[in-house]
Design a protein around this ligand. Structure first.
Ligand SMILES: Cc1cc2nc3c(=O)[nH]c(=O)nc-3n(C[C@H](O)[C@H](O)[C@H](O)COP(=O)(O)OP(=O)(O)OC[C@H]3O[C@@H](n4cnc5c(N)ncnc54)[C@H](O)[C@@H]3O)c2cc1C
Length: 388
């Protein structure tokens, strides 16, 4: 039974943040209605991709090391009850041209939390990961316990679980709540005319959060265009399969390229983590560009020479929903005491879904201490990325 009795909570947005928040609220005994305009982890949602990295490498941002670490068992538990895996323990290798502060801070945080991490020299990496050309690279951090999450599958599984446990999933477009001078809201209005009454409300609308709360969120969250590409490995070549090849990131001073082994035969995935142009998630042209492909192919050919000439098998255009510095936004609405805003995943949020959900559920009911870095007050309209 929930502390203070069972309440009805409406959660808007069935991406990774909304789905895990709904999960934790349900676990706490509340009645849940989860609503999404296009469905859980749909193609245009930020959570709608094939795969997402999970890692505890975060430099000075120990808060995210801890969240990734505490999220991992929850991912494993979910993975254990679904037919196909959600967590793929492929390991993850970050590599760097110098032993920069990010490396030292990560090592210190991992020691503090007792996370197993191999600190590798260039020669050791060449030996262990022969498909990667480590020219110009001095040091690597390998986390054997982390790897890849099957993103879309994970969100679908969570929503399925929610409904099986008695929660409601509703397909509908929620309209921005009307400002009426009250300190609470009592219901949501859907574009269909339907109304959903509840005691408390969570808005986890990803890149659409600013559209729902123009005044309060506005330009504090900006969506940027991001392109990802998959390439076919050479026929009969097992070197790019998980187990042989890790997930990886070429840190490059924060201007990261990253990628995955050939997960479930989808192809070897590459992407550039730099923020693309500002976009509107409703009108974003989702055709990949020649320029982004050329950039990724040039990188691929340099670092993964055995993939030179590998044919493109798929591409996706998605969006990050960036907060001003990369910290999440998980805070009560300044005007409505029963409304929680959740978003700002900023290109690194997926892995933290379980802990975001746990924290959000606690914040909504006032049972957890507020983390200043997740506050609305800490967000600005001037954007400068600090979390990598
Ligand atoms: C290309 C790419 C690569 C990434 N790589 C990684 C990675 O490797 N590791 C990592 O940890 N993270 C990664 N991320 C970030 C991570 O995927 C996102 O931070 C996370 O998925 C955001 O989830 P969300 O639930 O906030 O948003 P979303 O998944 O976008 O969900 C929001 C939902 O709200 C719904 N919604 C919006 N408005 C309304 C409304 N008015 N009514 C009803 N429903 C509404 C939408 O339909 C949507 O389904 C990546 C992101 C992208 C795009």
């Amino acid at each position: 039974m929930a502390k203070g009795g069972t309440q009805h909570v409406a959660v808007v947005g069935a991406g990774v943040f909304g789905a895990w928040t709904a999960h934790h609220l349900q676990q706490a005994g509340h009645k849940i209605t989860l609503i999404d305009a296009w469905g859980p982890a749909h193609s245009r949602a930020s959570s709608g991709g094939e795969s997402r990295l999970t890692r505890a490498t975060y430099g000075k941002d120990e808060i995210y090391t801890r969240m990734a670490m505490n999220s991992l068992p929850q991912w494993k538990a979910l993975s254990a009850i679904t037919g196909l895996p959600i967590f793929i323990p492929a390991g993850i290798l970050f590599f760097f041209p110098t032993e920069e502060p990010y490396v030292r801070d990560t090592i210190a945080a991992h020691r503090k939390f007792g996370l197993p991490t191999d600190v590798l020299t260039q020669a050791e990496m060449v030996h262990r990961f022969p498909t990667i050309d480590f020219d110009g690279i001095k040091i690597g951090l390998y986390e054997p316990g982390f790897g890849a999450l099957m993103a879309r599958r994970a969100v679908l599984a969570l929503v399925d679980q929610l409904v099986r446990a008695g929660g409601t999933y509703l397909n509908g477009l929620v309209e921005p709540p009307a400002v009426d001078g009250n300190s609470r809201i009592y219901e949501l209005r859907l574009s269909s005319g339907e109304r959903v009454r509840a005691d408390r409300f969570v808005f986890a609308a990803g890149p659409w959060l600013p559209k729902l709360f123009l005044d309060v969120v506005g330009r504090k969250i900006l969506a940027t265009r991001q392109e990802v590409f998959f390439f076919a490995p050479p026929a009969g070549d097992g070197r790019f399969l998980p187990g042989a090849m890790p997930c990886w990131a070429d840190f490059n001073g924060g201007d990261m390229f990253y990628g995955f082994p050939d997960l479930e035969n989808r192809g070897v995935k590459f992407a550039h983590d730099a923020h693309g142009t500002e976009v509107n998630p409703d009108t974003l042209d989702r055709q990949p560009t020649e320029a982004a492909l050329a950039e990724v192919v040039a990188f691929r050919d340099r670092r993964f020479p055995a993939l030179k000439g590998a044919p493109l098998t798929e591409a996706r255009v998605c969006q990050y929903e960036n907060s001003s510095n990369g910290d999440f936004l998980i805070d009560l609405h300044p005007g409505w005491q029963n409304v929680l805003l959740v978003g700002g995943g900023s290109g690194h949020g997926f892995k933290h879904g379980p802990e975001v959900g746990r924290y959000a559920a606690g914040r909504l009911f006032g049972t957890i201490e507020a983390e200043p870095r997740f506050s609305l007050a800490s967000k600005s309209e001037a954007h400068h990325r600090e979390v990598h």
